[in-house]
Design a protein around this ligand. Structure first.
Ligand SMILES: [Zn+2]
Length: 379
């Protein structure tokens, strides 16, 4: 890894290199943008550039320091991310379950190890730990006690990297805020997020903000060709349906895209053409198939979004703009039930449902409501 391996984000790269050259390192940064556009990769590259022995300001990617940052073992790097909670102890003051500690069972440790290994090879990977959706107060306290407060570290800045920082709850956010309010010399916090609006404004105001833009299709395509050996055509298809997110593109690639596209088409067909009882049964099938994996469910909805988008292209008689070209005949069968409005509303419905999946909603409810609404739009 070096700055060259960061996809797109040229303006931000330049901004960071200026910060490094001028040696004006802030106490806290928040790197934000849509999901999967490279927040974590950029944060890691920035840390490497500041700790690299061989090639300061541009990280060699090969020295011991660079290597240890890549695999998250550098003593100057403390990584925080959502962990599964072990138990909840009722807080005395407010009686809610805020004082949670995290699980350190062998199973969880193994899972963390495996996930970090994937992330080390591909910094665009989003960590996926079962039942982990909150950065807990205990983690923030441990970081302060065992990292920030200790002085026996290797030379150079100490970095705390908080992945998906928006997953801190109120108590952990407030604990972090206290730490940020009393900046300790020689330590820098980097928060990455795709939902900056969920961070406490008081935390945001303590951070220097660094914005990642959505990636251009061509940038994603080129990276897929280079890193994953894909053909230009397949890479472009993936780039188009990945919404400017390299992480989405890689997830789609590793999960057999053609099979997923066929499943999405099948779902769309059933929802539009079957009676309500069959639709609800199909929703149950989808739920048992994705087995609570929200990312898989999101992918299904995203692919349905692009089917409807293609249907709109057919309604508007611009078939050359199809993304799912091979589905043209299948999609034409829906033309009789479609117009521009139904397509546009269907796409909006997919988007708002995908957004809902980001919060902790009850999946069957969301998905049934999605299917019934979609059915109404096209009937
Ligand atoms: Zn290096």
């Amino acid at each position: 890894m070096s700055w060259n391996s960061i996809i797109g984000q040229n303006k931000l790269k330049e901004q960071l290199q200026n910060i490094i050259t001028n040696n004006k390192i802030a106490n806290a940064y928040c790197i934000y943008g849509n999901q999967g556009v490279g927040q974590d990769a950029i944060a890691l590259e920035f840390i490497k550039s500041l700790l690299c022995k061989t090639s300061p300001s541009n990280s060699c990617g090969k020295c011991k320091n660079c290597e240890m940052i890549s695999n998250f073992s550098h003593p100057n790097l403390n990584l925080l991310f959502s962990m599964p909670a072990l138990k909840s102890v009722k807080s005395k003051e407010n009686g809610n379950n805020s004082e949670q500690t995290y699980s350190q069972s062998e199973k969880v440790k193994k899972e963390v190890h495996a996930q970090l290994k994937i992330k080390s090879a591909n910094p665009y990977h989003t960590l996926q730990l079962e039942d982990a959706n909150t950065i807990l107060i205990e983690q923030v306290r441990d970081m302060q006690k065992n990292f920030i407060s200790l002085s026996t570290y290797a030379e150079g800045i100490k970095f705390v990297l908080i992945l998906n920082a928006d997953e801190m709850n109120d108590v952990s956010s407030n604990a972090l805020l206290k730490i940020l309010e009393e900046p300790s010399k020689n330590s820098t916090f980097i928060l990455t997020t795709s939902r900056i609006e969920n961070l406490l404004p008081t935390i945001i105001s303590r951070c220097q903000l660094l914005k990642c833009l959505p990636l251009a299709n061509d940038a994603i395509k080129d990276a897929l060709v280079e890193k994953y050996n894909l053909s230009e055509e397949n890479a472009l298809l993936l780039a188009k349906i990945s919404n400017g997110s390299f992480t989405n593109a890689v997830d789609l690639h590793s999960s057999n895209l053609d099979e997923l596209r066929n499943k999405a088409l099948k779902s769309f067909e059933v929802i539009i053409n079957s009676n309500t009882r069959e639709v609800i049964k199909h929703v149950q099938n989808i739920l048992s198939e994705v087995d609570k994996n929200r990312n898989l469910l999101k992918t299904r909805l995203l692919l349905i979004y692009y089917l409807i988008r293609d249907l709109l292209m057919l309604v508007e008689e611009t078939p050359s703009l199809l993304i799912n070209r091979d589905f043209k005949d299948e999609l034409e069968k829906f033309l009789i039930k479609s117009d521009s409005d139904s397509c546009q509303s269907g796409m909006n419905l997919c988007e708002s449902t995908i957004e809902l999946l980001e919060s902790y909603v009850y999946l069957p409810l969301v998905l049934n409501s999605f299917a019934i609404k979609l059915k109404r739009l096209f009937n």
